[in-house]
Design a binder for this molecule. Structure first.
Ligand code: GTP
Ligand code: MG
Length: 171
């Protein structure tokens, strides 16, 4: 598939409960940190003309409070790109098909975590899971890397890099 064939990018956000998935979607849409959020954001479509790559982009939230694992697997199959660190689950859901490009997002980077340990962990994951297109730290609270996160996800679909076409994913 060349990028020219993609008419709609479907981005799915998955991750641990309370990691900030809904907040980051609503921060993108509202251009500020939302003080209170529902468990799950409504599915939204961003019109092509306001996205950097000019392709309509559908953003899908996942909430383990409201949805079960079967629904999650179905959503992974439907998505073009997944923003997550739930990597083994995503791999299993797409077994037999092309791997889904993943954007690894460490949200809440405004909070004081031991940065060195985190960077090391990210490097390990990047080495192990070649489907990770980009890893980045974000903060819905500080509006840091919010639009970038969705831009990298869109780019991963429209301009996929080598790992998506790795020999293991071919017949
Ligand atoms: P579930 O739907 O329950 O899985 O949670 P979620 O991943 O959608 O997280 P949600 O957006 O509901 O945010 C959980 C809590 O983290 C809320 O209290 C948010 O205000 C807070 N939060 C979200 N993003 C950030 C961030 O970047 N920094 C900080 N400090 N807090 C955040
Ligand atoms: Mg949520």
């Amino acid at each position: 598939m060349s990028s020219g064939d993609v008419r709609l990018v479907r981005i799915l956000l998955v991750g641990d409960p309370q990691c900030g998935k809904t907040s980051i979607i609503l921060a993108l849409v509202g251009e500020e940190f939302p003080l209170s959020v529902p468990p799950r954001a409504e599915e939204i479509t961003i019109p092509g003309d306001v996205t950097p790559e000019k392709v309509p982009t559908h953003i899908v939230d996942f909430s383990s409070q409201e949805q079960d694992e079967t629904t999650l697997s179905e959503e992974i199959v439907k998505a073009n790109v997944v923003v997550s660190y739930w990597l083994p689950l995503i791999r299993n859901s797409t077994a037999g098909g092309l791997p889904k490009p993943v954007i690894l997002a460490g949200n809440k980077c405004d909070l004081p975590y031991p940065v060195e340990t985190q960077a090391q962990r990210v490097q390990e994951l990047l080495n192990k899971f070649t489907e990770i297109e980009t890893g980045l730290e974000s903060s819905a609270k500080d509006m840091h890397n919010v639009s970038e996160l969705f831009y990298f996800a869109q780019k991963a679909v429209l301009h996929p890099t080598a790992p998506l076409y790795a020999p293991t994913s071919k017949q």
